[in-house]
Unconditional design. Sequence first.
Length: 467
Amino acid sequence: MNIEKQYQEEDHSTKLIVEVNPEQMVDYKKKAATRISSQTKIPGFRPGKAPYDVVLRTYGEAAITETAVDIFIDKEYSNILKEADVNPGGSGTLEKIESMDPPKFIFRVPLAPTVDLGDYRSLRLDYNWQKPEQKDVDTALEDLRQMYASTENVEREIQNGDYVLLDVKSETEELNRTGFATFVREEGRPTEWPYEGFSKNLIGLKAGESKTIKHKFPKDWEIEELQDKDVEMEATIKTVRGVILPDVDDELAKKTGAGETVADLMEAIKKDVENRSQAEYDDKYFVDLIEKIKEGATIKYNEHTLEHEGEHVLSDLANRLSQQGMDLETYFKVRNTTREEFIKTEVEPVAKKRLERGLILDEIVKVEKIELDNDMLQAEYINAINSLAMQGVDLNKGGKKRQNELSQAIAMDAASRVMTRKALDMLKDIATGNYKSIEEREAEKKAKEESAKVEESEKVEEEKPSE
C-alpha cells in the first residue's frame, strides 16, 4: 500500500489517501465472492462454494466490489493507521473511493487531542485562603442543630425558623398549590418556590389567617408563562410548626457521630467548616489558574471528541434528574427548550470547559512525570467504598463477577481523582513559586527510600537477640 497523509487543521483530523496494490484487491474480491455466496442461495452450489465467475454473473461487479471494500477496511484499517503513524481520536470514515483502477481510497480520521502547555512554569498566582472565622463555625453549629431539631404545632404568629403548611391560590394557574410546605428563612434561597424570599411574607400570620401577596416576575424568569408578569397570590395558613432545637451537649455529640463530648463535636464542626471553605476556595483558585494556562497553551481536538464529552455531561445530568424522579424530556419541557437547543447552549460550553481542563491536567501528569501514590490511592478507595455503603449501596450484591467489576470501577475512579489532585497540587506549587524539578523530586524520592531501608535495617538489628 502507498499512503499519503494530509493534516486537516480546520478540524484536527487527517486525510489518508490510500492506494492499494491491484493484486491485493483481487484477493479481496475473491473473498467478497465467497462471502456473498455463503450468505445467499445460488442454484446448484452449496453456501460459500459458488465459483467467482458464477457470483459475478449472478450479482454483478458492483456488489462484489462493495463487499470487497468492506472486507478490506475490516482487515486493513488498523494497519493503515499504524503504517501512517496516526493516533486516532475516534472512528474514521471512508470519505471517498477515488478509483478502483488502481484502487484508491480516501479516509478522514479524527485525531486524538494534542496539548502544548506553553511556558506554564512561569505562571504565578498567589494562594490566599484564610481559615473561617468563629462566626462561620457558630453558623454551622446552628445548621446542625436544625438538622436534629424536632417540631410541634404552635398557635403563635409565624417566625423565622418555622415550618408552615399553606394553600396558595392565584388566577395564574402555575401558582396554585394545595398543602404546600415551606420553611421560613431569614434569608431567601434561589431554590425557594415560587420565588426567592416568598416565605418572609408569611411572618406575622397565624394558622387560619390569609394574606394577599403581590409579586412581579423578571423578564428572564425560567418559566415562560411567568416572565415579566404581575401576579397576586392568596396564601392561607393551615399549620404552623415551631422548631425545638437540641441543646449543645454530649448527647448531641454522640447523636451526630462526632464523638463523645461537646469538645469533640466542636472540633469536628470546625474541621468540616475549614474543609468546605478551603474546597470552595480551591475550586475558584484552580479554575482561574487553569484559565491562565489556557491563555498560553495550544489545545487541538476534533469535534468528535467534544461531542463525546458532551454525551458524558448529558449522562451525568440524566443520572442526577433520575434521583429526583425526573427524566431529560420532562426537564426540557420545564425549561421550555428542546434537546438540540439545550445541548448547544448549555451542554457544549460545559463539555468544552471539562474537556480542556482534563486535557491540560493529563498533559501536566505526562510532562511532569507524576506517578500514582499507592497510599493516597488506598485512602481514596476506602473513602469511596465507605461513601457508597453510607448511601445504602449493597456492595456484596450480584455475585463475584459484579463485585469484581464494581471494585475495578471504584479503583479506576479513585485513581483518576488521586492523579487529578496530584496534578492540581503540582500546578499550585508552580504558581506559588514552590516548584521542584523532576530531577529534584526523583532525588528526594530516592533519599526517602534509602532512609526507609536504613531504618528497617536498624530495626531488624535491634530485634536480634543478644548473644
